[in-house]
Design a protein around this ligand. Structure first.
Ligand SMILES: [Fe+2]
Length: 250
């Protein structure tokens, strides 16, 4: 299996702090059947200011450690770009997923649709294919149903005066050629029932091109991965292809 979204690199985002911690995580991933991992640390201006050179250096150091420890995992460089108002600063030097033209991006829930679309247009104009990380976690992309959680409470508090998030962002993104990556943790219930429900709906609608672990060094990582894989394999006969990112890298 291929993990196309993983915070496995040490000391550069909210992934493991040390090389040793990264080796522990890598052992877990290999133990669950992953053979390749795209290392995708956050790139967020003012918080995690990672560059392709930093990522490639960490990948080389970690790969060496994994080879020494005989952990059968092939690492590739990547990044998870945050589509905020300073994303354009990254455009001259972008890090795609390995040797592909795929660029993993995250749409902040607080950002307006116009900003997201503008950033996506710039990515496409630069010759890359945006791969939207975990759309099931983004209220801008998957507008909450009227009876869903926070949105329903907000509508009650404000007497219906809060406008509903635009629901056409998803189709705009599809029209711009975006692909979509789901999180195993979403299927495992890691982010709550609402996100789990959305993930199942998007999977059944055939939206996802691939699934990833979005692993961080958190308690319950092993359970999250095994529950996620188990749930997805029950939901779709396509699970092997989704878990090997088969539609992307062949
Ligand atoms: Fe992530």
């Amino acid at each position: 299996m291929i993990d196309c979204h993983c915070h496995l690199l040490f000391g550069i985002d909210d992934g493991p702090e040390t090389l040793e911690g990264a080796v522990v995580m890598a052992r877990i991933l290999a133990g669950h059947g992953f053979s390749e991992v795209y290392c995708t640390p956050h790139c967020i201006s003012g918080l995690y200011e990672n560059t392709p050179a930093i990522v490639r250096d960490r990948v080389a150091r970690l790969q060496q450690a994994l080879d020494l420890a005989e952990i059968p995992l092939r690492l590739w460089p990547g990044m998870e770009y945050y589509l905020d108002s300073r994303f354009f600063e990254e455009l001259p030097d972008l890090q795609p997923l390995g040797q592909s033209r795929l660029l993993l991006v995250e749409a902040p829930n607080w950002a307006g649709c116009d900003l997201i679309v503008e950033n996506i247009r710039q990515i496409v104009a630069s010759g890359y294919v945006p791969l939207i990380a975990h759309p099931e976690r983004c209220n801008l992309i998957v507008a909450p149903e009227p009876d869903e959680g926070l949105w329903a409470r907000a509508r009650r508090w404000f007497g219906g005066g809060v406008s509903k998030p635009p629901s056409d962002l998803l189709s705009q993104l599809q029209g711009l050629g975006c692909l979509f990556q789901g999180n195993l943790g979403s299927f495992a219930g890691r982010y709550g029932k609402l996100v789990e429900k959305r993930a199942v709906a998007l999977l059944e609608a055939g939206l996802y091109s691939c699934l990833g672990s979005d692993s961080h060094p958190l308690p319950g990582l092993e359970i999250m991965i095994s529950d996620g894989i188990e749930k997805v394999s029950r939901l779709t006969p396509d699970h092997r292809q989704l878990l090997s990112a088969g539609r992307l890298f062949i």
